[in-house]
Design a protein around this ligand. Structure first.
Ligand SMILES: Nc1ncnc2c1ncn2[C@@H]1O[C@H](COP(=O)(O)OP(=O)(O)OP(=O)(O)O)[C@@H](O)[C@H]1O
Length: 262
């Protein structure tokens, strides 16, 4: 974000994220049974799109995001981010994660002992890059936190913290931004601010956003909504409106329908 399309560190692949028959089976739950959280999910998301992922609780949304992020390894299948396979070698996957993926979580995970500016500069530092403080400052100004650079996260409101988290996700100019309920803990106005930032990252700067949400209004900021049920992709809705999203959600099957390829 905050560089125009084509600028920055080289060009990105035309496809930001591809999942091929991704399956995730957790070893056992409390009763000793295997849990199939993802059941053969295939999708292809072009660079420069905003996709929302919705579905009932337990349908596999967070698992989809953590597998796409390389934070968890799928049991089977292939994850390709910006043209590079994430499911291969661990060292390469770590580098890919640091350089090409940005994260925004609901539970704001800014480090409490670092200032806002230090938090935003951290991903670049972890990726082994020269830390360009002026760039981090510029991003923070643009998300409306220019006067808060030296504050600690505890000195910010929830909405301000989440905007800082968005700034941090954008600082490495990632190919893919993965957001898990980024507005879940925010009031309506702060939520709109954060969603507007994500929308601008896509429209003005060609980033790719994948966002898990329960909120039809939040989902309506996306270009398309993918619906998960029982670990499968079962529906998709382009150009979503809050009403259409709510209606599709209400119609979601509880169990086993034929998966669709997105
Ligand atoms: N670490 C784990 N060990 C065992 N089972 C897990 C683990 N993480 C998730 N699961 C199970 O996998 C399934 C999918 O979980 P996931 O968190 O992906 O769903 P979700 O759609 O994000 O749910 P929610 O909307 O409630 O956050 C659930 O049945 C869940 O209990």
């Amino acid at each position: 974000m905050f560089r125009s399309r084509g600028e920055g560190r080289g060009s990105h692949s035309a496809e930001a994220l591809r999942l091929v028959s991704v399956t995730k089976v957790y070893g056992s739950d409390a009763t000793g049974t295997e849990v199939t959280a993802l059941d053969g999910v295939s999708l292809s998301l072009p660079t420069g799109g905003f996709t929302a992922v919705m579905g009932p609780s337990g349908s596999g949304k967070s698992t989809l995001l953590t597998c796409a992020a390389g934070l968890d390894r799928p049991t089977g299948g292939l994850v390709v981010v910006d043209g590079c396979e994430l499911t291969g070698d661990e060292t390469a996957a770590t580098r890919l994660r640091r350089e090409r993926i940005g994260f925004v979580f609901q539970s704001c995970d800014l480090l409490p002992t670092l200032t806002v500016l230090e938090n935003v500069a951290l991903p670049a530092r972890l990726a082994g890059r020269r830390v360009d403080a002026s760039r981090a400052v510029d991003i923070l100004r643009r998300v409306g936190l220019g006067a808060r650079l030296d504050h600690l996260p505890s000195e910010l409101s929830g909405g301000q913290r989440q905007r800082a988290a968005v700034a941090r996700a954008l600082v490495t100019e990632p190919a893919l931004i993965l957001a898990d309920e980024p507005t879940g803990a925010l009031d309506t106005r702060s939520a709109r601010d954060v969603l507007g930032l994500l929308r601008r990252a896509v429209d003005e700067y060609g980033r790719t956003v994948v966002m898990v949400t329960h909120d039809p209004v939040a989902a309506s900021f996306a270009d398309e909504v993918l619906f998960l049920a029982d670990g499968r992709l079962v529906d998709r809705l382009p150009e979503p409106t809050p009403g259409a999203v709510a209606e599709r959600l209400a119609r979601l099957p509880e169990r086993s329908r034929e998966p669709v390829a997105a």
